[in-house]
Design a binder for this molecule. Structure first.
Ligand code: ATP
Length: 366
């Protein structure tokens, strides 16, 4: 049995709202799991059920083989870091870090040793005498993380811990938390709505939508093998481009454009989807430029440039393909003029097709 097991977990709030449906997940010891999804998809509710802060309406939750549905938060030996740092304002950093150990009646000497060791990991040694209000947002967040890791529990839960930080601090703390995880080896579940945090930090990501798990996988699997349009559109920035059309005589047709779709679809799928509506997907960064790249085994597409955004390491080109708005990511040295034609290529291996009705991915040849 895995270290943490969530079996058919459901949450129905007292007002009748069904927030989490049949959530199934097994987590191995030491894994860094990220729950990601848009606001309201049930991430925090699931995390709070794991923490014991919210009742599990239906299903079973095991820690190390022990059924924990009815165990209180303390008994579960789980540490949680919240969005609001929840530090004690009148206590120094040292006292904040030491607090839970003091409550447990741990020896002063041991507490001191652990506070200094934790402060060292988090770069807080020189701030131990300060009060929280004398710290920056990033430093406060570090104290909050420190308060959790000092307890040396087996499971670490974090609910959007970086959301109060500015963009630069978030990037720094992101790598610090990953580093701390590597050092402590604690099983971690981290909640965020930010797909970049999920992609950069997770061993495995759980993508949620409206209370349902959409897909569980490594960052690589979610990026390259999304199971449906939601995951394909959620993971990746800018998001995947989608073009709706119909398959007729092994061609994908939208507007005036006709594409030989047999390059990406096998015979079986071609037959199955003949006459049906499908969605053609490609990532902005997957495109090639005919005058500089090898564009064999690619679709060559014409578009009209509506806007360009130079971002430094790349340019986002907002291009209209036969009435469909798309975003293309290119080398800034090849930024096209607005209102001109822009020809680009999509390798067959970078094409995704989705069933328009179910929004599920259709198996392609790659
Ligand atoms: P966010 O990123 O905005 O925090 P989330 O994915 O964490 O979102 P949850 O906080 O888990 O979402 O909420 C899931 C759904 O449950 C939401 O639709 C929310 O309105 C609803 N919900 C949360 N708490 C309660 C409650 N106490 N009673 C009824 N519905 C609730």
């Amino acid at each position: 049995m895995s270290y943490l097991v969530l079996k058919d977990i459901n949450k129905i709030y007292p007002n009748g709202f069904h927030a989490v449906h049949n959530f199934n997940l097994e987590i191995e010891k030491g894994e860094f799991i990220v729950f990601v999804g848009p606001s309201g998809c049930g991430k925090s509710t699931t995390l709070r059920m794991i923490a014991g802060l919210e009742d599990i309406s239906k299903g079973e939750f095991y820690i190390d083989g022990v059924l924990c549905n009815d165990k209180g938060p303390r008994e579960r030996k789980i540490a949680m870091v919240f969005q609001s740092y929840a530090l004690y304002p009148h206590m120094s950093v040292y006292e904040n870090l030491a607090f839970s150990l003091t409550l447990q009646g741990v020896d002063e000497d041991v507490i001191e040793e652990r506070v200094y060791a934790t402060a060292k990991i988090l770069g807080l040694t020189e701030y131990l005498d300060r009060k929280p209000r004398q710290l920056s947002g990033g430093q406060r967040q570090r104290v909050a993380v420190g308060r959790a890791i000092i307890r040396k529990v087996g499971v670490f839960l974090m609910d959007e811990p970086l959301s109060n930080l500015d963009a630069k601090q978030r990037v720094t703390m992101r790598s610090e938390i990953t580093q701390i995880h590597r050092e402590t080896g604690a099983t971690t579940i981290y909640v965020t709505h930010d797909q970049t945090e999920a992609m950069t930090m997770a061993d495995r990501i759980v993508v949620m939508k409206e209370g349902y798990i959409q897909q569980v996988g490594t960052p690589y699997e979610l990026y390259f093998e999304p199971v449906n349009m939601f995951v394909a559109g959620f993971i990746g920035e800018p998001p995947m481009n989608f073009i709706s059309g119909v398959i007729q005589d092994a061609k994908f047709i939208f507007g005036e454009t006709v594409i030989d779709i047999a390059h990406v679809l096998g015979d079986e799928e071609l037959q199955k989807y003949e006459g049906k509506e499908v969605v053609f997907g490609f990532r902005p960064e997957a495109i090639k430029l005919p005058n500089i790249d090898n564009v064999e085994n690619s679709y060559v597409i014409d578009s009209m440039v509506e806007l360009t955004e130079l971002l430094g390491d790349n340019t986002n080109v907002y291009a209209d393909i036969d009435g469909i708005k798309t975003i293309l990511k290119i080398d800034p040295h090849f930024t096209p003029e607005i209102d001109t034609n822009f020809t680009f290529a999509i390798p067959y291996s970078s094409v995704y097709l989705f069933d328009k009705e179910t929004e599920e991915v259709i198996k392609t040849k790659k």
